[in-house]
Design a protein around this ligand. Structure first.
Ligand SMILES: NC(=O)C1=CN([C@@H]2O[C@H](COP(=O)(O)OP(=O)(O)OC[C@H]3O[C@@H](n4cnc5c(N)ncnc54)[C@H](OP(=O)(O)O)[C@@H]3O)[C@@H](O)[C@H]2O)C=CC1
Ligand SMILES: [Fe+3]
Length: 512
């Protein structure tokens, strides 16, 4: 066999679920795999899975000897016992630690502890975010990311190539210090959804209490049995539009902060940073709420439920009726119903399009300009259309009872959307827009009088991290970059992708 045809060899310590799945995947990706077991003679791997008949099971020592890249597929608790007697033989080898923790730790990581146990080897943290099931079954999972951390750039490249061969997407996290972050990843449970979900629930409760107050306590407009669809539908609609406007208000707030400080090199306060990072979740939640509103509205689309949307017909039956009377009743929508439907449908279609652009497979096909157009311009257009939909329903009532406008739910639920749209309109004026663009290109209003107490990035070996959660943000008495700051204060929206770019260009992702 020529050297080109020779399969690259890797060793795997352990013969458990993950080791077997890894062995199978590596074998079908063109690797020669050797499993290392404490009792190789008892591990009839091929009996468990015929695909593994070409995978040898050797002793731990032989496995370590025969490969220069070794996956450590044993539970961390057993690592010390397993590796202690092989420390010398492991010298110079690449050890890939795939282990996960039960609890997150900011102080250390399993990978760093392995590096301490075997100082002569090069430890790489990787593959811990892929389950054994996905490893074995999802062969078309090129979108699945494998986060990689190691103090050796060369070792990171080697493991990144292995991940690519296995049809995974490697993401370089830099130094081994980043293993702490990587090990936290599988322990997350929709953590980025908690804030937006809590916000939506609170807004929903507030609107619902208000609706119950005006429709059941102040006046008896509806029957209690109508609470589940008729009244809840209004609460879903009001929460949906509030959440949608809050999604787009975040970027305007950030722009205001940048204008105030006269620079874009300002680290936003924590609440604003969180708000900006949660825009995707807020937007998706508003889409879900508006979808519920659409379904409920379609189900109740009748003159009985939406009397103001339909023409009403009054039938008078003569008192002295002697012959059979035939009444043909056809009711169609009036202008208000038709207009509200039309604007509502267009708003929903635009929102659906924006929602579709957040799917990774679609996002990947968009360039930066298209993405911004979909998320910003179309987003504001969807909000404007949603406002229009509510206006069509509200205006006739406001005109007939202007003194009661403050009680109108259509009026109240449009306050935040109006603010969002008005602020956006102000920022769209050529003068303001030009000024903001200038700031975004790096111009600073008070460049010469810099007295900023700049927060420095946390630097650890080759891993440079802007840890938004670590420590307290330093106060900035004046907003500007420090002259010797190689990377000015920046805001990482999707920290993973930015940090992942490692050596690449750092880009201010808050192009709002
Ligand atoms: N399962 C999964 O979906 C994922 C697992 N991981 C990580 O992969 C590692 C392995 O997980 P998994 O394969 O599920 O675990 P298993 O319990 O299925 O396998 C662990 C293997 O470790 C070996 N081992 C070595 N020393 C000991 C010891 N002292 N006691 C017991 N076993 C020992 C055993 O092989 P032998 O008897 O042949 O020596 C055993 O088969 C873990 O660190 C886990 O966090 C990461 C991502 C996903
Ligand atoms: Fe509606």
């Amino acid at each position: 066999m020529s050297s080109k045809e020779k399969r690259r060899r890797v060793g795997i310590l352990g013969t458990g679920d993950f080791a077997r799945a890894l062995a199978k995947r590596l074998f079908f990706s063109g690797y020669d795999v050797i499993l290392g077991s404490r009792k190789p003679e008892k591990k009839a791997i091929y009996a468990m899975d015929q695909c593994l008949c070409n995978v040898q099971v050797l002793s731990i020592e032989e496995c370590i000897k025969s490969a220069s890249i070794i996956f450590l597929a044993v539970h961390f608790d057993n690592v010390k016992e397993l590796l202690t007697e092989h420390v010398v033989k492991l010298e110079g080898k690449i050890i890939i630690d795939v282990s996960n923790r039960e609890r997150p730790s900011s102080v250390t990581s399993n990978a760093e502890l392995v590096q301490k146990m075997v100082p002569g080897c090069i430890v790489v943290k990787a593959f811990n975010v892929i389950s054994a099931y996905a490893m074995e079954n999802d062969y078309n999972s090129s979108s699945k990311q494998v986060f990689i951390a190691s103090n050796s750039e060369n070792a990171r490249d080697v493991v990144a190539n292995i991940a690519k061969d296995m049809n995974f997407r490697p993401v370089d996290f830099g130094g081994l210090f980043a293993a702490r972050r990587i090990e936290k990843h599988p322990l997350r449970l929709f953590s980025e959804w908690k804030g937006p979900l809590g916000f939506a629930v609170c807004v929903f409760i507030v609107w619902l209490i208000f609706l119950i107050y005006i429709y059941y306590i102040v006046e008896s407009v509806y029957k209690w049995e109508q609470l589940f669809v008729k009244v809840l539908n209004k609460a879903f609609c009001m929460t949906g539009i509030t959440t949608l406007s809050v999604t787009y208000l975040a970027s305007s707030f950030a722009t205001m902060v940048q204008i105030y400080y006269g620079t874009k090199h300002i680290r936003f306060s924590r609440w604003l940073d969180k708000w900006l990072k949660n825009r995707k979740q807020l937007g998706l939640l508003s889409f879900a709420l508006i979808s519920i509103h659409v379904i409920m509205s379609v189900l109740t689309m009748s003159p009985t439920y939406l009397s103001s949307w339909y023409h009403s017909t009054t039938v008078t039956i003569p008192a002295n009726l002697t012959v059979p009377l035939q009444l043909k009743q056809t009711t169609w929508m009036n202008w208000k119903g038709e207009a509200a439907c039309l604007v509502g449908i267009i708003a929903y279609v635009v929102l659906s399009f924006i929602c579709a652009t957040t799917f990774p497979s679609v996002t990947d096909t968009l360039n930066w300009r298209e993405w911004r157009f979909a998320q910003s311009k179309m987003g504001h257009a969807a909000l404007l259309l949603s406002v229009g939909h509510v206006l069509v329903m509200g205006i006739p009532g406001w005109l007939s009872k202007p003194h009661l406008i403050y009680k109108s739910i259509t009026f109240l639920c449009l306050i935040i959307p109006w603010i969002t749209l008005l602020v956006k309109l102000v920022f769209s004026f050529p003068l303001v827009d030009r000024y903001v663009m200038k700031l975004r290109k790096g111009w600073e209003r008070r460049e010469k009088n810099c007295t900023a107490d700049c927060a420095r990035p946390v630097t650890n070996e080759v891993y440079a991290s802007f840890d938004m959660n670590a420590g307290k943000r330093k106060a900035c008495t004046d907003a500007c970059t420090c002259p010797d700051d190689p990377m000015p204060m920046m805001n990482f929206g999707s920290s993973i992708s930015i940090i992942a770019s490692g050596k690449g260009q750092l880009e201010n992702i808050h192009s709002l």
